[in-house]
Design a protein around this ligand. Sequence first.
Ligand code: MG
Length: 345
Amino acid sequence: MGKPGRDLHLGPPGEERVADATLEPLCGSLPHSHITLTLALRAARGCPRRDHRGAVGRQDSAGRAAGTALHTSRPIPVVASGREMVVLSVPAEVTVILLDIEGTTTPIAFVKDILFPYIKENVKEYLQTHWEEEECQQDVSLLRKQAEEDSHLDGAVAIPAGCGNGADDLHQMIQAVVDNVCWQMSLDRKTTALKQLQGHMWRAAFAAGRLKGEFFEDVVPAVRKWREAGMKVFIYSSGSVEAQKLLFGYSTEGDILELVDGHFDTKIGHKVESDSYRKIAHSIGCSTNNILFLTDVTLEASAAEEADVHVAVVVRPGNAGLTDDEKTYYSLITSFSELYLPSST
Ligand SMILES: [Mg+2]
């Protein structure tokens, strides 16, 4: 990365040097606007169908090309008013931005340290409060059925059917459900029964203001600007669509559901499978190369690329580290403000 006052050598040895540039990223707040550097997102590995090497060029403040393309696919570090900035140009064919949540829009810690612990800490109280409700009874029935299927597993916790009306009986049954839920969560299981109860608990907690969705500070301003520039914004997360809507509907920024054009979860397919991205494009009614997918997980990025989707890997505090090869191969951003939409000029 360049240091203030130093020429920036952005490409392989012998390629063009760029210096003294100031940027106008889509969501940045840089004070001057002389030259904008842009970088095309890289296309699929080993596939020359698009601008694989990522044409990089200087542009003037109106976005007109003003320099010779460099042959690199790396984001460009640029010294601007003493700050080192990076911008990544979104190809003109992109009309849809598809966002992962965990590690991309939202700290992994929010999910790991807040959402899931909330279940363990509150499941007993939730069951005691909602026990008589039909929905809660359905959740318990499903968990009991799952427990029967799990009975051969080490440490499995059975949930007895109610056989009496006494307070002790109820207490024991609730405790068995609590123990079962905690056991399943300790194994990071994703059974429908567990997910259903978790979903209902989170819904109650978000609606009551006990939980609020968290987003990195650059996310909401960027999404607003993308939409103003005519982009559509969709979510693709392994969290259920219902949970996604809670996160956006009850966030620290208020109800921001209106910023999202639609939601996808693993019902459309797993995030590490290319076909999922083809199905998403089909569902949106666009081509896969009209989509830019932002994720922190390179396996997901790779699957999306395979389907001809543009990708950028999002590096956030608390995310798993990337290998040197991954850092070299993928276009990386650390903030949504680093994405530059040519159409916004
Ligand atoms: Mg993620």
